[in-house]
Ligand binder design. Sequence first.
Ligand SMILES: [Zn+2]
Length: 207
Amino acid sequence: MKSGVRKPSFSPWMLLLPAAGAVALIGLLVWLLPPAPAPSDRTLPDYVTEQLLPLNPYSRPGDALEEVNGVVVHYVGNPGTTARQNNSYFTNLAQTGETYASSHFLIGLEGEVLLNVPLDEIAYCTGPRNGDTISIECCHPDDTGEFTPETYASLVKLTRWLMDRYHLDASQIIRHYDVTGKECPLYYVRNPQAWTDFLDKLSQDAA
Ligand SMILES: [Zn+2]
């Protein structure tokens, strides 16, 4: 004979406990998670000069950069040109419309650093990775594409700052070549050891 245990009848109050638990859990998570760093240009290092491009379809579309999962290093591919000349080239694309190109940063032959595109907007530099990377273009004195010691020193300093800001490790610092196979930055594609040395330096300095 079956026991006569009565099945408890449903009560709306029974929903209250899990609901309260869920609310408490969400509240705890919100409290624990650090606030997302507001990508404001006011936080730029003092060695960076803002030389922002005008909003235009060819070099500064104004589209939001939603996430940063890497930093991509480039060379300008135009020996002997200065950071300001390359910045002007990007600026003039607004009028000439001859191509789509820009980078977040330009590092000049003397190690000067220009910001062309705000860090919360995309730049046109790395094809399929434009949407989740910060780009740095470096000037170079000759056809080899090797950076001057001053450019190199600024590149190390700036990349380390970006790694810190976006919580990146050295494996997320890549060459344009690693994305599309383009020989950019030329010297650091043709001399893989020079690129490895650069990555090692980032890790050493970060320690
Ligand atoms: Zn490139």
